[in-house]
Design a protein around this ligand. Sequence first.
Ligand code: URA
Length: 209
Amino acid sequence: MGEVFINRHPLVQHKITRLRDRTTGTNEFRKLVEEIGMLMGYEALSDLATENIDVETPLEITPSPVIAGRKLAIVPILRAGLGMVSGILALVPTAKVGHIGLYRDPETHDPVEYYCKLPTPIEERTIVVTDPMLATGGSACGALNLIKQHGGRKIKFMCIIAAPEGLERLKKEHPDVQIYVGHLDRQLNESAYILPGLGDAGDRIFGTK
Ligand code: URA
């Protein structure tokens, strides 16, 4: 089964409470999603490989670590996943950014790809997939299937809020993917919104409705 990391950091939990508040406006909401992306990114990237290079300090030459090999790929699931990208880029400005767009087939309810552009060579990169809301797990599993079809191997999935239903599905269908969750909520409602949740993350990030 996939490794799951449920965040317990007080700063992340405080910011999630602000996100949940229905009176939090677009400007603040967007900033909070970015900040949570950064805080969760810091945790999720703690196992990035390093290698030593020689650096000349004002006093002597010393071996000192830098991030090794091909860098990171951040892959937001459109559109709400975009909101977390800038926070991770603040940590790793050299990361490449791919995009995956999926819509839900109205009859089968299966995710259907309408856009997929990934940095190459994807197989050599650590890939962080972002989507603030892991609800049914349909989009997340669809995106991970696509990335694997393109050769992606070392994948981390990051969400701010997860429903138990989506988390179980993701763990089962993608046991090789590390899953980072800001908060595990109670359940989905009949319209597949997360309870207590925060509403529609995309609408709240982009100010649409
Ligand atoms: N997507 C959202 O934006 N919110 C939910 O509650 C579920 C899916």
